[in-house]
Design a protein around this ligand. Sequence first.
Ligand code: GLA
Length: 370
Amino acid sequence: MQSVKVKAPGRINLIGEHTDYNDGFVLPAAIQMGATATITKRADDEIHLTATDLNDTLIIDSLANLRISEKQWANYIIGVIVQFVKKRKFPTGFDIQLTSDVPMGAGLSSSAAIECSIAFGLNELFEFGIDKMELTFMAQKAEHDFAGVQCGIMDQFASMFGKKDEVVLLDCQTMQYQYFPLQLKGYQIILFDTGVKHALASSEYNTRRKECEQGIQFIQSKFPQVQSLRTASLQMLNETVDPIEFPLVYNRCKYVIEEISRTQAATEDLKQNNLTAFGEKMFATHDGLSKLYQVSCSELDILINLVSANENVIGARMMGGGFGGCTINIIKEQNAPELIEWIAAEYLTKTGKSLIHYIVGVAEGVHIIE
Ligand code: GLA
């Protein structure tokens, strides 16, 4: 039977956090860890899903019977299939075998990797001819409808459009993007994984989106032309939102407005090889995420405090949605092993948890293998 094997990567994000759903900029890259899906046509109308790593299977008896499953891993797949059913007609059923080495709950977009591998794979196998940008939005919609997270577009975009050894600046307002090489000259990107994923992550994520929308409504009362925080300024915010009366809305919007311009400035730093200036902005982002946006947690803050005064660490911050997962750090390669050992020991003393780290390689976005 005709078959296709696809790998879709997880992602890192250098800077531009919680800006994607505010029409801002993000600076992600695809990583070496990814989800691999083998999709094979069937002679009948059934769909057989297998999560090889979990040794678990779900059989859906017909394409007409696609609904939310109790198996969370399956929902990322079903969510994508449903998007195809809305647009195209599957001539037959299919088998999907899925395996992934993107750690779950680490903020590396393990779910986007699954969604993108399925979206790209089904499109290839059944020759539906849907372009990659549309597939990206279909994968995002799967997350909205079947995982209940009103995520932005960054994770699915990075998994689809990532390029080896390059970061990509995405303007989430226009969806225009620009690649440039990641040159770290003697430095490397290391992720420290807190090993925690607090349960409130997805509900708080959705709440942040609402708080930003509330802020836009306030701003629009005086500046009706403002459609998103991308075009709002701090001055507009100060004129329309009282920080005493609405401290949460004020602080959320302040962070986002600052982060959008910080990301543009940081991108220039990186293009000009000014890693020191770039790193300072990463620390500033962490500060904003922790104090104003309040999506950090004690474990993440501990990891940032440990590296913030270290001369071998040029920049660091929490990464992704927050409430656990990883910090992203730019660390002097030569001194990294010693530093990792020291941080792991400190983290164990302070939290009782052992620290996992990942040395990141910037890899190719979704592609067919074999
Ligand atoms: C999660 C979402 C992304 C983005 C980040 C925060 O990873 O899926 O769309 O909003 O959080 O930057």
